[in-house]
Design a protein. Sequence first.
Length: 310
Amino acid sequence: MTVTSPAAAASAAPFDRAQVRRQRERAAPRLADHDFLYAEVADRLLDRLADTTRHYERAADLGCHGGIIAGRLALLPPDARRIGTLVQLDGAPVLAARAARYGPAVAADEELLPFADGSFDLVLSGLSLQNVNDLPGVLAQARRALKPDGLFLAALLGGRTLQELRDALLTAEAEVMGGASPRVAPMVDVRAAGGLLQRAGFALPVVDCDSITVTYSGALALMRDLRGMGLGNALAARRRTPTARTVFARAAAIYDERHATGNGRVTATFEVVFLHGWSPGPGQQQPLRPGSATARLADALGAREHGAGE
């Protein structure tokens, strides 16, 4: 018999996927009161989709949060909707059932996509893939689910998300409890994201990043909003006993001291990383080979070229 330590298990699977599902299910009844971030990111995904000028007859939404993207899509004028049928997926059955008001929906884990190869022209995801345990594997599954020259477009929370809150909680736990429990989840690194897309088999990968700043009346209001969005601590190595209220009270005080805006509010930062890639297809544009340029950048910029030693 092989015994695996909790630390080794957490390293192999940093997220507790059952806890992710439970958090979404608990948030579902009042999600509409807290879904502003999902709606904002959905709008930004659809703006990027509009830039492609294509129509996608069949698409999938991985981690649909009850139909956020479908709902924002329905608000667009008919001639601006670039999606025909949108198949929605969520790991929380209650959210998949809610999404069915907009069209086909299935309850399934984003880590195990139940789709046949070549099923879709487009695969979308809005703030659901940052807490999967095997992101390269999920990206590879998404690529296989696409038809040739199909588009993958996703938004994930990046590493600078809620840095203010994480610092305040770590400081408060160290002061009150004498040590800190695991709270910092591994998140996608912007510099590495393009390589992840290439590793999964995508062509023409593009990665960009937005920073969304939100103000709150205080840190406790931010924490309530996060619970309302289903964005709690789902690390496999998290503390399993309830955190003392004094920790949250002290964290709120630290947060308010360090991040006050001067008008009685505090700021919270959400870093959103957008991934954009195409499944390989015939006739697809290809990047030029290194060294094959026929014009000098200095000429295009009207600048004088300097040697490496100057």
